[in-house]
Each structure stands twice: as C-alpha cells, then as structure tokens.
Design a protein around this ligand. Sequence first.
Ligand code: GLU
Length: 303
Amino acid sequence: MDIDRLLSQIRTEIQPQIGRGRVADYIPALAEVAPDQFGMAIALATGECHGVGDWLKPFSLQSISKIFSLALALAENEESIWTRVGREPSGNAFNSLVQLEYENGIPRNPFINAGALVVTDHLSGVVDCAADAVLQLLRIESGNPDIGYDLQVAESETAHADRTLALAHFLASYGNLRGDVPTVVDEYVRQCAIAISCRDLALAGLFLARHGLRRDGSRMLSPSQTKRINAVMLTCGTYDAAGEFAYRVGLPGKSGVGGGILATVPGRCSIAVWGPGLDNRGNSVAGVAALDRFTTLTGWSVF
Ligand code: GLU
C-alpha cells in the first residue's frame, strides 16, 4: 500500500471538515489555537512513519496522556489498579462529579477525569513523578528527546482547575486517593499539558499495535494487557461518543480536548490525527472524519 498517497487522498477528502467544530475554551490557553489546522501520521509496526499536513506541529496531548499513564501503571505490574477504577463506559461527561458520588468514589473507567486522577495517583506510588514518567515514555518511544510540557497550557489549566480539584477531593473523601490532592492534580494537569506532534504520538503509541513491545523490542506489556488497554479505548476512549466512534471508525481510539486522537490497528499500525475543532461530544471533527476515511479506504479495522 502507498501510505503517502493514501494520506494525501484522505487529506483531500476531508478538506471540508478542516476548521469545523469549536476549539476547547474551558482551558483558556487552548482557545488561542487556530482551528483550521490538520495533521495525520501513520506509524507502521515496523517503525516506519508517514504523515500529511501539520503532522510535525506539536499540539496539546490532553486526555490522550491517560493511555500512557495507564500503560505505565500496568507495566509496573500494578493490576491492583482495577480495584480502584472500573472499565465501563460512563455515559456521563468526562469531568462529571455526580456519578462518582453514587458509585462511592470508584470512577467508571481510567479515561474519565476521575479515573485518570486515580491512575496518576497509583502511578505516583511506584515512580518518582507520574507526569515525568509519561513524558519520558513519550520521548523514548518516539525517539524525540525534545518533547516537553507546554507550561502556558499547564498554568492556564491550573488556574481553572476547580472541577478537577473537586473530583480529587471527592476521591480522597472515599479513601481512593493516596497522595495529597494538590500534588496529584498538578501531576495530572502536567501530563495533559505535554505538547506533541502527530508523528511523535503515532510512534509513541506503537506499542499498542505491537502487542506490548516497545521501540527497542523489549516488552512493556503482555499481549493480554495491551489488548485490554485497546479494549478500554474502544469502549471508553472518545467521551460519550464511543458508540458512534466504533460505528464510524471501528478502531480503539483515545481523543483529547486539544483535538488529537490516537488510534490503533492491532498488529499493523498506530495512527495519530489532529484537528483542533471539536464536535459537541468533544472529539475532533476533522480527526474522526480522517479516521473514518482511513478504515473505509484500507479495510483496516478491528471488525
Ligand atoms: N486536562 C483536561 C481536563 O482535565 C483533559 C480533558 C480531555 O482532554 O478530555 O479537563
């Protein structure tokens, strides 16, 4: 398959979607991002990477970081994480407080904010700093040591983190937070504020397509653990639109409010797309359209 040609065909076909949707503005620094940008990268299981558009331009990783913190927690042989967080779709907003109350402080899944706070907290128990561990993993797997935090985004989110702090306090009140609230929230906000390009994200996510093998061939996760992360991405990775995403794209995917989506074709490749305009569920309009075209044109889906 001629991947460069495929990418340019996808870019042309989705052109009308680029710039559509609304840029996230509840984190003020994200509201400044120009909506009419689009990038897409495909990293093949061999490590070869192709891209189109703004594929080398860094954007805000946001919730996509939740995949990497979960992977690191599981890689540390921390299966006990599943006693603290579930793996069912939430059917509620990603930052909802109510569900946490009536489910006694056990978040529905690791990809809603409450669940991600628990994973960050869990990971902090086994590494020095959860956010730095995520950053280090991204740097090594992408081969790019220059990936870093966007401190402006981190500060902006910290200044508007009332809801995240509330979730963390709530978790603490149920005994489901071990670290202190400000530290856990700070590490969570920083892992979300990592700036990364589609190229580096596709390469960093390749272990999900390689059944748990890292870039250097060493094993990070067992095939079974990797299957489970992909499964949770499929059912819980795209906010309250996971059903629609599975219907249109048919791949495990995780989106973030920065407009990125990381998707996996097990055994074949990892795909990163970025378009800052979000639909009313919080997923990138151009990104979902591009992945939809990708699976339709290639037939590479899990179904
Ligand atoms: N840092 C963002 C928040 O906690 C992440 C949201 C997202 O990408 O879903 O609100």
